[in-house]
Design a protein around this ligand. Structure first.
Ligand code: SF4
Ligand code: FES
Length: 257
């Protein structure tokens, strides 16, 4: 396949970026999107040009490191009628027609400054998790697996929420640059489990406050976040966060006033 690429090139945070055109021949439909970028980088390096910087790690859709906006859609693989839930590393070139033009840009959000080309600083998401703090657990020998019984519906919701890989596509898709879907997945994960109850009130207050402090926008129920999420985190997670946040106004968080 022959592919025309328009790629965002930006030397560093201070300089302005722009789209640069490349033509890439010899692309196989079996290549992943990142392998296609590897091929481009081999050719750029061979001609003395700077390779395109992009993030990746597992290349299996589980670490959340990869992520670019492909033809205007974060992770690029989502259909409208039937969403294809995939990360950039799991998207394959067979999804594109021979001769097609693909525009590749970094996540664009106020809280995700571009570091170089397609690489953005997503450490704001780490700081939101950090603000969530610890959970109280008794240390010692591991208890029997069935010692703490958990309702099946609640454990399913906790596991589903825990599949969030922190990729940041939800932020990139949101016109407000909101991280509510990400934060709500982390909140819901622990709010559904007995182990998450002791610090539940404090956790939601601290994480939402950190989200605001990082410069993420507010949620206005647009729903683009859930449409592009590779793990299918639903908008209902945000409802759970909001319920916990409202409840926290009427409950003591354990801190001295
Ligand atoms: S909620 Fe979905 S899109 Fe957002 S960070 Fe988690 S996995 Fe990525
Ligand atoms: S590189 Fe790990 S999810 Fe894509």
């Amino acid at each position: 396949m022959k592919i025309n690429l328009r790629i965002w090139r930006q030397r560093n945070q201070a300089e302005k970026g722009h789209l640069v055109q490349y033509t890439l021949d010899g692309v196989s439909g079996d290549m992943s999107f990142l392998e296609m970028l590897d091929l481009l980088n081999e050719q750029l390096t061979a001609t003395g040009e700077d390779p395109v910087a992009f993030d990746s790690d597992c290349r299996e859709g589980i670490c959340g490191q990869c992520g670019v906006v492909i033809n205007g859609v974060p992770h690029g693989g989502q259909g409208v009628a039937q969403p294809v839930r995939t990360t950039t590393c799991q998207l394959h070139m067979r999804s594109f027609a021979d001769g097609s033009t693909i525009t590749i840009e970094p996540w664009k959000a106020a809280a995700f400054p571009v570091l170089r080309d397609l690489v953005v600083d997503r450490s704001a998401l780490d700081r939101i998790i950090e603000a969530g703090g610890y959970i109280s657990v008794n240390t010692g020998a591991a208890p029997d697996a069935h010692a703490v019984q958990i309702n099946k519906k609640r454990s399913d919701r906790a596991f589903d929420a825990a599949t969030c890989i922190g990729c940041g596509a939800c932020v990139a898709a949101c016109p407000n640059g909101s991280a509510m879907l990400f934060t709500s997945a982390k909140i819901t994960h622990l709010a559904m489990l007995p182990q998450g109850q002791p610090e539940r009130v404090l956790r939601v207050k601290s994480m939402v406050a950190q989200e605001d402090a990082e410069g993420f926008g507010g949620c206005t129920n647009i729903g683009e976040c859930a449409a592009v999420c590779p793990k299918g985190i639903p908008l209902e997670s945000i409802s759970q966060l909001n319920r916990d946040l409202i409840a926290s106004l009427f409950k003591h968080d354990g801190k001295e006033d």
